[in-house]
Design a protein around this ligand. Sequence first.
Ligand code: GLN
Length: 455
Amino acid sequence: MDLKEYLKNPDKEKLFEKVFGEIKKIQEKFEPFITISEEQAKEHLKSKGSDFLGIPISVKDNLCTKGIKTTAGSKILENYIPPFDATAIEKIKEVGYLIGKTSMDEFGFGTFCMNCAYGIPKNPLDDGRSCGGSSGGAACLTAALDSPHIAIAESTGGSISCPASFCGVAGLTPTYGLVSRYGLVDYASSLDKIGVIAKTCFEIAYGLTKIAGHDERESTSIKTKKIDYTTCLDKDISGLKIGIPKEYFDGVDEEIKNEIWRAIKKFERAGATYEEISLPSTKFALPSYYIIAMSEASTNLAKYCGLRYGSTLKIEGTYNDYFSKVRGKYFGEEVKRRALMGTFYRKAGYRDKYYLKALKVRGHLINEFKEQFKKFDCIVTPTMPMIAPKFTDIAMLSPAQNYAMDILTVAPNLCGLPHLSVPCGKSKGMPVGLHLIGDHLQEEKILQLGSWLEK
Ligand code: GLN
């Protein structure tokens, strides 16, 4: 049953039993959770009135949840139980209860959900393959669960789209600032966006409607009018103009390209028009993203030193000795790599050469997209250049090869543009994701096209 069906005649108690029955089996097989919060869910359900809808909600483990452990996938936060809810969680709890916290790459650093301090989730369609990252647990659970459910996730450079695409579900990353980041464990503050993963565009639109909106506690939160995103679904798409950037097909698996073109032709038959375009700065997006993301990450990570924040050890030696010991013990390898590289990019002498140059590229990318959005309603690309890879193949990749897999998702993230990955066909039995990128605050257009493709 999907959420739309459930909302017609919600039976909270029945759904509660069903969802927790399912979750236990799914956890044993695919490990999407770091924490399952059945007790807290039961209490929340009991404390609410009869008009409470009782929708099962899962939350990526980098969003603070009151009374439920929040680790951001890291051992340095293994004992952290927040005394408050992130704004997005506070809002979604008006219609649902939290079933648990989903697995992620430590602090969001990864593309395959394998940089995990806890369990590695497995793809429900083939358990020898990755779920994608960093919101791997969220997509894994969404694909495996039969009950209606909304997953609250987060993307910095592709962490919603990538796992959605690998697991054959939908994932929306909203415009930067549309959803408050208050209560999010930051990765890179100028890039982080809280969004939704779900099976259908209706569930995505419903979830977004609940969590979007201005928040006084968050300085980058946008003041916009309240929109019911479910009203844009299933509308006629004739007359919409779609841009197809040629750079986004370079190096993409042939079968994936074919599936994307099949979908474009389907849009065309429904009356939308398309044109091939060029976004020439695309090739600079990946290095620019990693320089900016790591620079911001290294400053955000500084607070986890075992004094003010994070796991502690016996205090001995100088402060520096102590901080190094704590961080050496509790941070994983990828976190250490990014803290070091991010510090390097910001050092005197390198700042101009790397960090400031990366910011200039970001400006160019934004201008190029903005220019295209004067003409087009939406830009369509493949979400990922390949299907979900096998764990054994990922293990052979170097860090740089790992980073290169994000080539198609980093630019819309750097530009703060809303993007939606929707399933579109299969290759070698595994799902293919199609990416719909919209102009700032044009979530309705990409949802409209996404829901049309679902039909
Ligand atoms: N794979 C990208 C990274 O490792 C994006 C991750 C994310 O969006 N959190 O930075």
